[in-house]
Design a protein around this ligand. Structure first.
Ligand code: ATP
Ligand code: MG
Length: 229
């Protein structure tokens, strides 16, 4: 695939929630595209629909109207099984509220995408990669801790390592530094930068953190709906 190829494409994506007979229009016909190897930040006030947008772009949620293409594939055309496989192999997602599995250790949480996707044949193959990712996010000493034994920032870093486990082409990040201190936020911002600059992944990051927005090549304000820079 050439570098200039479109990686993420939103085609007039709308989302309407219903509260009884009252409609709440959250996303109003959003269209944009992100090229392979681009890093883009999405800004906007609380409640403006940033998480909703990421969920739709990543195929976790469906738009009320419009469509999404990832790597040229219209995800609404995929069966549920094909979509799950595609997501496992192509997408990494860092959730705003981590969504770690409480009964598994940090190491096991990071290994899970590989074991589920059978990308790596066994624990033996997945383990060293998961360990290396946890070292990369500064958690060398926390491999065997359960989520309840980790701070919020540590859980967030486990979630970042997990999102990278299957070497995804596209990474969606929802406030990836929301619980991190300044030093760790800078490190994660640099990690994200290396993912799109050196590894040519596509990174779409929702953030309020100027340190993160600064490293991206484009900033999209979901309310103003104009591309800056
Ligand atoms: N399942 C749902 N049913 C009804 N309304 C919803 C649902 N999910 C989200 N909303 C509403 O949609 C709006 C956008 O929510 P969303 O979580 O996308 O905001 P956000 O921009 O990510 O906010 P934050 O910065 O606080 O994370 C909110 O007003 C929320 O109340
Ligand atoms: Mg949100």
């Amino acid at each position: 695939m050439s570098e200039s190829e479109t990686s993420i494409e939103a085609l007039a994506v709308s989302k309407v929630y219903w509260d009884g007979d009252r409609s709440l229009e959250i996303l109003k016909g959003i269209s944009f595209s992100v090229k392979t190897g681009e890093g883009v930040a999405v800004l906007g006030p609380s409640g403006s629909g940033k998480t909703t947008l990421l969920n739709i772009l990543s195929g976790l949620d469906k738009p009320s109207a419009g469509a999404v293409k990832l790597q040229g594939i219209r995800i609404s055309d995929l069966s549920e099984k094909a979509k799950a496989d595609f997501r496992n192999q192509t997408i990494g997602f860092i959730f705003q509220f981590y969504h770690l599995l409480s009964e598994f250790t940090a190491l096991e949480n990071v290994m899970l995408p590989a074991l589920i996707g059978k990308k790596m044949g066994s624990n033996l193959e997945a383990r060293p990669k998961a360990e290396a990712l946890l070292v990369r996010v500064g958690l060398k000493e926390r491999l065997r801790h359960y989520p309840s034994e980790l701070s919020g920032g540590e859980q967030q870093r486990v979630a970042i390592a997990r999102a990278l486990m299957n070497d995804p082409r596209i990474l969606f990040c929802d406030e990836p530094t929301g619980n991190l201190d300044v030093r760790m936020s800078l490190e994660i911002a640099e990690l994200l930068r290396s993912l799109f600059e050196s590894e040519k992944k596509t990174v779409l990051v929702v953030t309020h953190d100027e340190r993160v927005a600064r490293i991206t090549s484009r900033v999209w304000n979901i309310v103003e709906r104009d591309w800056q820079r």
